[in-house]
Write a protein that binds this ligand. Structure first.
Ligand code: PLP
Length: 229
């Protein structure tokens, strides 16, 4: 089942790239494995998946120890400052940085272990009350404040679009994030690159790719429905 679902996601990604005139290599698939047990991740690994997304610190720590070393772990969930230390040396990228305080706390932990941590700024494009993330007008001031931090590298932007019935409804959200990233590139802020646009989940990753996503975070589409205990 996993094999089939993965093949389907892969063919949808290719089709979206084709429609947008993009090369498949421009889009990185992150397999969102939160709540799924280690054997299921191992199965995905055996099918060639090397990039997993998780939203809980404890799950990353547990799975990191139980699975092969060549996996790239992406932290995609809300991160508390006091937990950074547990994952700072385990993750390739933190997608969910939504404050200067959090960026500074990551800087501090990264400096301790002499690492440079890749981060994305999470943007609440739709301005949903229930969601984390910076408002669009907070992004540049935040970038200007964190650009000088030596142990973090801002690689781009991330958003979680609203849950909608028709993914077309999220197209303007994705277009807005893309525009923001282009505007930021034009400002040439020192130490800030904007090569990553992490947007699109199971319901809307194809639209996100058409609008320029370079990372899509797909959970249900690969692993099936999640059961929360
Ligand atoms: C759970 C989650 C996903 C994946 O969601 P699906 O709808 O299952 O694809 C993507 N991004 C974030 C931040 C998530 O928490």
């Amino acid at each position: 089942m996993l094999k089939q679902q993965l093949a389907e996601v892969e063919s949808n990604i290719q089709a979206a790239c084709d429609r947008a005139g993009r090369d498949r290599s421009e889009v990185t698939l992150i397999a969102v494995s939160k709540t799924k047990p280690v054997p299921v991740l191992q199965e995905a690994y055996d099918l060639g998946i090397r990039i997993f997304g998780e939203n809980k610190v404890q799950e990353i720590v547990d799975k990191f120890d139980a699975l092969p070393e060549d996996i790239h772990w992406h932290m995609i969930g809300h991160l508390q400052r006091n937990k950074i230390k547990y994952i700072v040396d385990k993750v390739d990228m933190i997608h969910s940085v939504d404050s200067i305080r959090l960026a500074e706390a990551i800087e501090k932990e990264a400096a301790k272990s002499n690492r440079i941590v890749n981060i994305l700024l999470e943007v609440n494009v739709a301005e949903e009350e229930s969601k984390f993330g910076l408002h669009i007008d907070e992004v540049v001031p935040t970038l200007e404040k964190i650009a000088s931090l030596a142990h973090i590298k801002v690689c781009g932007l991330m958003t979680i679009a609203p849950f909608v019935d028709n993914p077309e409804e999220n197209r303007p959200i994705f277009a807005k994030l893309r525009k923001l990233s282009v505007d930021i590139m034009d400002k040439n802020i020192d130490n800030i690159i904007m090569s990553v646009l992490s947007m699109g989940m199971t319901n809307d990753y194809e639209v996100a790719i058409e609008e320029g996503a370079t990372m899509v975070r797909v959970g249900t589409g690969i692993f099936g429905t999640r059961i929360y205990k």
